[in-house]
Design a protein around this ligand. Structure first.
Ligand SMILES: [Zn+2]
Length: 104
């Protein structure tokens, strides 16, 4: 999965998502994460997901891999990541605003 650090015009650096097919930066609303379907019912299996633009790049991956991949909208996946890492989103948002100089 492609998350990259980006240096923005305002001098800040932050994490952005990149499509693994076309290598363009994507928004959470316009991207999916895809992963191979589990081959067994064994719990705690890990899968390496990839990020794709919705529609065109997602279809390309299905064609290349020859099967429909499991998928989730990127914005939903980000919330799952926050939940699965016990993130305190209110505290994180406050810290981000401080880092970006929004709060004096
Ligand atoms: Zn793409």
């Amino acid at each position: 999965m492609s998350f990259m650090m980006k240096h923005f015009k305002n001098g800040n650096t932050g994490l952005v998502a990149i499509c693994d097919v076309c290598h363009e930066e994507v928004t959470a609303q316009d991207a999916n994460i895809l992963w191979d379907p589990p081959k067994t019912d064994t719990p705690n299996q890990l899968f390496m997901p990839i990020i794709t633009c919705k529609d065109q790049c997602t279809r390309k991956i299905d064609l290349v891999r020859g099967q429909h991949q499991y998928s989730q909208e990127l914005e939903v996946a980000i919330l799952c990541l926050a939940d699965n890492t016990n993130s305190d989103m209110k505290r994180a948002r406050r810290t981000l605003k401080l880092m970006n100089g929004i709060i004096p």
